[in-house]
Design a binder for this molecule. Structure first.
Ligand code: GCU
Length: 655
């Protein structure tokens, strides 16, 4: 039986004590000056050695099997690893690199101490690897405490205040360091009244969190409201070009740095879904972002300015407006206008974290602007942590995408950000298997070229040290492919949404069809999908560079899984495999449910190998997943049968 829950309080996730067996049973020499991160390395190793009988020395380690050495460049995150003559050596320029080097050795386990190993260099691809927590301090009447949170309450806030006991936050920081995350925003991008004050009179609460995360190499960031000078400062305006407003931000920021010397910076959602922004003053988003960048610049801080700007009061009758176009149309004219410490944070797709979207055309279209790509670990549209849906393959596809079509391994942007899926649930993520998503995000942010399936196996091995092959294979079978399964029983061929409005869980095919949100599928008796072509549609395909503009323009070259995102086609349109669109819809919906049933069966067969509480939690979620998947299947199939009148070739039951 593997997996550990600490005293019923919270799960050890991918750092159970047994994951440290290999390093903890060795003699280790640490050759590094004192410093925050070296101290963390020391503490980790001492803890492991106490448990497994090894020893840590700071000099005279002739017989050491592991040598960790760091020079004096504390901020450098890279390290090298080699093994010669029975000694494994991690060399870093400073403490941060040493910390990542240690966790790398932990991941390797006994393999780190076997044979010879030529010198390898490890360096993160993205300098910023950040989690955004959409946590509210006070419980919001509609969104609850964590907006789009499916793992209980907030890790940081409870009852309208900062949590006094930060043990869990400490454990969280440790988990995040072990998968490479180095930045974290502690509150929701929709900044409500109480949360606005984190910037000023409640900054001490943020400082307390920053203190706990710092030893794990994590810098703390804060979401702020653009209206802060008016709502907190009593000024008559928040105009970014007004001198008094600029002074207000400069002073507020100075005070933040007084409390948090290594504060990361601000995250801003402006002119988006009702949040205030520079448009109210006739200013551009570059004016807004640059004002905050100027306030942060003297201290080395960064503003993450979100590009999620679109018309959420659209008239559904108006076929000329296309929400997918919005970010590109708003921001590309501003390329080159943003300050060097302003980062435009762009959702990976042009809509909103659907199960399938093309990569946003904004990415790659602003060569003179720093960009961060935003993913969503919290499964708002992918089963809300009640369905198993491992997103590694989706993210890997996004990160491997090249705007110019070249398949290279370079970075897509400067930073990678994701909305966290963790809360105060004992398993951190509600669904215990959703931990794999958090882990995978961190590892892909370090190395976007990594094979996500190898990362999955790494997560399995760390979470269940010494797992018998049957368990490892079973977990892999349940998780790998779960994204494809989810896609099969939900909205077909990239069309998106079809969810219940508001909470976004469960099917409602027309739930958003006549709404102001710009999220339509246009199904009628003849066909379905959104014509986004340049020739006859909204012109969205024209936002891509060659070759994608041409590839997406025509139904015959458009990747099948995105067909209905880009094109409105008749139900009889024949896909590459020879099936019609309508038959594809029926088949995938039956298959999706069958695959989910099979995953549940595999999980049930692992009962003797998994700790009972964990097994029961997942089993219970599978019941809900199956109920929901059948609902999706039946609603989607019935809807399209009724619209199209085309029967299922195989005569299965459709209601
Ligand atoms: C989605 C989500 C909102 C969130 C928004 C955002 O629309 O449903 O809850 O605020 O994204 O990313 O800002």
């Amino acid at each position: 039986m593997t997996g550990t829950t600490y005293s019923g309080d919270f799960d050890a996730a991918w750092l159970p004590p047994a994951a440290f067996r290999a390093v903890g049973s060795r003699r280790t020499l640490i050759r590094a000056g004192d410093g925050l991160w070296t101290d963390t390395v020391h503490r980790e190793l001492n803890g492991a050695c106490e448990r497994f009988g090894g020893r840590v020395v700071r000099d005279g380690g002739e017989d050491a099997e592991l040598v960790l050495e760091a020079a004096d460049a504390p901020d450098d995150e890279s390290f090298t690893l080699e093994r010669r003559d029975g000694v494994t050596t991690v060399t870093a320029s400073g403490g941060r690199g040493l910390l990542y080097g240690l966790f790398h050795v932990v991941r390797l386990g006994e393999d780190a101490f076997a044979g010879e190993r030529a010198r390898e260099e490890h360096r993160p691809a993205y300098a910023t690897r950040m989690l955004d927590h959409w946590d509210n301090v006070a419980v919001h009447p509609v969104m609850g405490q964590v907006e789009r949170g499916y793992a209980g309450g907030s890790l940081f806030w409870a009852d309208g205040r900062a949590r006094g006991d930060l043990d869990r936050v400490r454990a969280y920081g440790r988990l995040l360091a072990a998968c490479g995350i180095n930045a974290l925003a502690v509150n929701n991008v929709n900044v409500h009244a109480t949360e606005a004050r984190l910037l000023t009179d409640r900054i001490g609460d943020v400082a307390a969190i920053a203190d706990v995360l710092r030893p794990y190499g994590i810098r703390t960031h804060l979401s702020v409201t653009f209206a802060a000078p008016t709502v907190l400062g009593g000024l008559p305006t928040a105009d970014p070009l007004d001198e008094a407003v600029r002074d207000w931000w400069a002073e507020a920021t100075r005070r933040v740095y007084e409390e948090i010397g290594d504060f990361g910076g601000y995250v801003v959602k402006a002119d988006s879904e009702g949040q205030p922004g520079p448009f109210a003053y006739g200013r551009s988003h570059a004016d807004g972002a640059n004002m905050l960048a100027a306030a942060l610049e003297p201290y080395g801080g960064t503003v993450h300015w979100r590009a999620f700007v679109y018309d959420h009061h659209q008239d559904w009758r108006d076929r000329t407006t296309d929400r997918a176009r919005a970010a590109y149309d708003h921001f590309t004219p501003l390329d080159g206008a943003f300050a060097p410490n302003a980062v435009l944070q762009v959702k990976h797709g042009p809509m909103d974290f659907q199960v399938r979207e093309p990569v946003s055309p904004l990415i790659g279209a602003m060569p003179d602007t720093r960009l961060a790509v935003e993913l969503q670990i919290t499964q708002e549209y992918t089963g809300q942590q009640r369905h198993v849906c491992w997103l590694g393959p989706m993210w890997s596809e996004v990160l491997r995408f090249r705007p110019d079509g070249e398949v290279s391994t370079g970075r897509l942007a400067d930073g990678l950000v994701a909305v966290s899926n963790a809360g105060d649930d004992p398993f951190w993520t509600g669904h215990p298997l959703a931990q794999a998503n958090l882990y995978t995000f961190g590892r892909l942010a370090w190395d976007p070229a990594a094979d996500p399936r190898a990362v999955l196996d790494e997560w399995i091995a760390l979470t269940h040290p010494g797992a018998p092959e049957r368990l490892a294979e079973g977990l892999h079978a349940v998780l790998d492919g779960s994204w494809a399964t989810y896609e099969k029983y939900t909205a077909p061929l990239g069309v998106g949404f079809m969810v219940q409005p508001g909470h976004h869980y469960g099917p409602s095919v027309d739930g958003y069809e006549y709404s102001p949100w710009g999220t339509y599928h246009f199904a009628d008796r003849d066909g379905v999908g959104v014509d986004r072509s340049t020739a006859t549609g909204t012109g969205y395909t024209g936002q891509y560079a060659t070759p994608w503009a041409e590839v997406y323009e025509f139904p015959d070259t458009c990747p099948e899984e995105l067909l209905l995102f880009f094109h409105h086609v008749p139900y009889g349109h024949v896909l590459a495999g020879g099936k019609t669109v309508i038959q594809h819809i029926y088949d995938t919906h039956f298959e999706g449910v069958e695959e989910a049933e099979e995953a549940r069966r595999v999980w049930a067969g692992l009962a003797d190998l998994v700790e009972p509480a964990r097994h029961a939690r997942v089993a219970e979620r599978f019941e809900e997943q199956l109920r929901s998947a059948r609902e999706w299947r039946d609603q989607i199939n019935s809807y399209f049968l009724r619209k199209s009148g085309v029967p299922d070739e195989r005569g299965r039951t459709i209601h």
